[in-house]
Ligand binder design. Structure first.
Ligand code: SAM
Length: 271
């Protein structure tokens, strides 16, 4: 994250390990960008080279260095340029852009810079939903990443619960809420552990495998509306097949650069 003297990302100094130690999730350093933990493997990201410090951490926590690397920030983001964008009347920008914005955010090194088709479609559908149905009281953001969807709905006045399995995403989302003087409940862990969570609107920009798992769980279908994203048009048929046995109907479908998003409404009795 951007803190202290760091106002913008330039080069990422990356130390990737073959293992992980839970203490790293509490590790702090003035040059640290973030600690990424996935499947028992850890990666440390810094704003500058930190060989000596990393040597100490290796000894202290029994870490095994896999590789180290340095790369421009934009390259980590699949060469996408982070830039301001608009959703309805709301102007949203990465933290370092000067100007008058309704929402600002630190994209850090996690997913959710707002301009990826999967995110931008959910944001557009969110605004359309707000215009057509008004403000849902409770919103669940599954896989919040940077918290971009959480920020948007919190700004619109909804009570948002955000969940992410990645501890760094939870930290970044909390940081971004503070930057905007907004609040939401942000929970770390696998969404499947917490279901059912009954809300008015579920946001799920995930990946096909997890969407399939969730669609097959009756406890996922406890809410009224769902904005689903994160799958490509060639995956749609398989997901539609699973949807046939779920009590929902598709209210709206969007497609952008071969990615597809749906707005679903539950037709289950009592919802
Ligand atoms: C594609 S990103 C979406 C980020 C942001 N919501 C957006 O729309 O741009 C998916 C997020 O889901 C999280 N995730 C993956 N599996 C998860 C799980 N089982 N439970 C909760 N979050 C999960 C990932 O860590 C990642 O941050």
């Amino acid at each position: 994250m951007l803190r202290g003297k760091y106002k913008k990302y330039k080069t990422l100094y990356i130390y990737s390990f073959k293992n992980f130690h839970p203490a790293l999730n509490q590790f702090e350093d003035e040059d640290l960008i973030g600690v990424w933990e996935e499947d028992g493997v850890g990666i440390l990201f810094f704003h500058k080279p930190k060989d000596e410090l990393v040597e100490e951490l290796i000894k202290k926590y029994g870490l095994k260095l896999d590789f180290k690397d340095a790369m421009p920030y934009e390259k980590w983001n699949e060469n996408r340029v982070l830039k301001p964008f608009k959703v309805g009347p709301y102007k949203i920008a990465p933290l370092w852009y000067e100007g008058k914005w309704d929402l600002i955010f630190d994209p850090s090194i996690v997913f959710g810079e707002g301009t990826h088709p999967t995110t931008s479609m959910i944001l557009e559908l969110s605004w359309e939903f707000y215009q057509n149905f008004g403000k849902p009281q409770k919103v669940l953001d599954i896989g919040c990443g940077t918290g971009i969807l959480t920020l948007f709905w919190a700004k619109l006045g909804a009570d948002v619960i955000a969940v992410d399995i990645n501890p760094l995403c939870v930290k970044v989302t909390k940081h971004n809420l503070i930057l905007n003087d907004l609040s939401a409940e942000v929970i770390e862990g696998d969404i499947k552990r917490f279901l059912p969570i009954k809300v008015d609107l579920v946001l799920a920009n995930l990946y096909k495998g997890l969407l399939e798992e969730l669609f097959n769980l009756p406890s996922f279908w406890d809410s009224k509306f769902y904005l689903i994203s994160g799958f490509m048009s060639n995956m749609e048929k398989e997901l539609l097949e699973i949807l046939k046995s779920c009590k929902v109907k598709i209210l709206k479908r969007k497609e952008k650069e071969d990615w597809v998003s749906w707005l679903l409404e539950s037709i289950k009795e009592g919802i």
